[in-house]
Design a protein around this ligand. Structure first.
Ligand code: ATP
Ligand code: MG
Length: 448
């Protein structure tokens, strides 16, 4: 196995100090499946103080001394070096009650979550794989090390990690591990919102997210109960060939794997079950579902403490996902003003993905979105004015023209901007100034 030179060097330094040292966990898993590891972790028999001593010439940070982890920089590369350890307890399903160091690599591997994450490697000893991780890696199988129910009870984060790895790596979940996931799903309630949010976002951004969301709605529904009414909900509508949840999963798969976009797709139709009505012809309708979806999404964003900027964007995209857009400059300027350039581009992606998940008879909407995107590029190339920042007139100009500062001036600027956005006036100072008398009540200024 090819290791970065700084990793080889760290292993050699620990070994020269009389200790065992292996690369372990995600980096070994990723190397064996031909992917580039995100970071390199080292497990060693050296105690943390011994590690600090050995790397005294390097920059070291005692990342989690109680857990035996020291971060060491060799050149530019940070390495997490952790003493072999066993965890015991975990009575709150979140934190081990006690951490014991052990001289045994096997014991250290036994405390790890999944067999594919419990493989170690060193240049001298080669691969150490006591739990069949390589076999599971070859068959694309995620299996708990040890008894799954017990492992999930020790640490509930493992439930979400299982789903996240399955989504990102495309691995199936071994039967007993899968059964324990369903049986122990309530444990997820003990996790902190931050950890749930982070794992959930990684899960829905995985390449195989739809596969996992389809197989484990009950587990994900423990932390996102808002999605459950969608499962199996028949739309009774010719636009759709899937139930609401299946449509949602197809739409989610059809959009780029970015948290804001994926979250939008997951929740864009969550308000449909609550808004369902059927007409005399037996056709289903969902009037006003966008507002209900937005409300459910807001509830989730608040509960999971999403950052304000992402939450606002997700809510706006959900609110407007069915909005009618036409490829005219005025319409596009209006939406640029409402959503910003980045937001409008995202809305078009949302509409594209939503349509790709509808009945194929309605795919001509794709060309409508092509035209909207073309018109948007064309408009942006002309440096359009769609916020006060680009308006050819500002507050100073208005003061110079005799208008007193205050809320009335703000209102006037907004009216001028509206005139430019709607194409009633060009963004030209003289033209805008000439428009003012028609916008101002006679008594407000002396000059007009
Ligand atoms: P990635 O870095 O892509 O998320 P990873 O497998 O490296 O994947 P980390 O969170 O970096 O995940 O953890 C490194 C290793 O530590 C894992 O491979 C696993 O062996 C072990 N590990 C991490 N979290 C847990 C846990 N909650 N329970 C048991 N072992 C864990
Ligand atoms: Mg890692």
């Amino acid at each position: 196995m090819q290791l970065p030179s700084s990793v080889t060097q760290a292993l050699a330094m620990l070994k020269a100090g009389g200790h065992e040292a292996y690369v372990v966990g995600g980096c070994v898993r990723d190397r064996l499946r031909g992917a580039e590891p995100a970071d390199w972790d080292i497990a060693t028999s050296a105690l943390p103080e011994q590690t600090l001593e050995i790397f005294s010439a390097c920059r070291c940070v005692e990342t989690g001394l109680r857990h035996g982890t020291v971060t060491v920089w060799i050149g530019e590369m940070p390495l997490e070096i952790t003493t072999y350890r066993v965890d015991s307890g975990g009575h709150d399903h979140r934190h081990p009650d006690e951490v014991h160091f052990t001289p045994s690599l096997r014991e250290d591997l036994a405390r790890r979550d999944f067999t594919v994450n419990a493989i170690a490697y060193s240049p001298e000893s080669g691969i150490v794989d006591p739990f069949g991780g390589q076999r599971d890696l070859a068959s694309g199988l995620l299996r708990c090390v040890g008894e799954p129910n017990r492992r999930f009870e020790e640490d509930a984060l493992r439930l979400l990690r299982a789903l996240r790895f399955s989504s990102v790596l495309g691995f199936s979940i071994e039967d007993r591990t899968a059964a324990a996931l369903h049986r122990r799903k309530e444990l997820l309630r003990s996790l902190s919102t931050e950890r749930v949010r982070e794992e959930l976002l990684r899960l829905i951004c995985g390449r195989y997210a739809a596969f996992v969301l389809r197989g484990y709605p009950d587990v994900i529904g423990t932390v996102l109960p808002e999605i459950l009414p969608m499962v199996g909900f028949d739309q009774c509508n010719p636009h759709h060939l899937y139930d609401v949840y299946e449509h949602t999963l197809h739409a989610l798969e059809a959009i780029a794997p970015q948290p804001v976009l994926r979250m939008t797709m997951l929740l864009h139709d969550s308000g449909k079950p609550a808004s369902f009505t059927m007409d005399e012809e037996g056709i289903g309708h969902f009037y006003g579902h966008q507002a209900i979806s937005e409300r459910l999404a807001r509830q989730i964003m608040e509960r999971l403490k999403f950052d304000h900027v992402s939450a606002q964007r997700i809510l706006a995209l959900i609110r407007w996902h069915d909005a009618d857009l036409v490829p005219t400059d005025a319409c596009l300027r209006r939406w640029l003003n409402r959503l910003t350039e980045d937001g409008l581009r995202q809305l078009l992606q949302v509409k594209r993905a939503d349509n790709l998940a509808q009945h194929p008879d309605y795919r001509d909407r794709q060309q409508e979105i092509d035209r909207l995107e073309e018109s948007l590029e064309n408009l942006l190339a002309r440096k359009p004015c769609f916020t006060l920042r680009e308006l050819a007139v500002n507050g100073k100009d208005l003061i110079a023209a005799g208008i007193s500062p205050g809320p009335e001036m703000g209102r006037l600027l907004r009216l001028l901007l509206d005139a430019v956005i709607e194409g009633r006036c060009s963004n030209d100072k003289d033209a805008l100034m000439a428009l003012i008398p028609s916008l101002v009540p006679k008594s407000t200024t002396s000059n007009f």
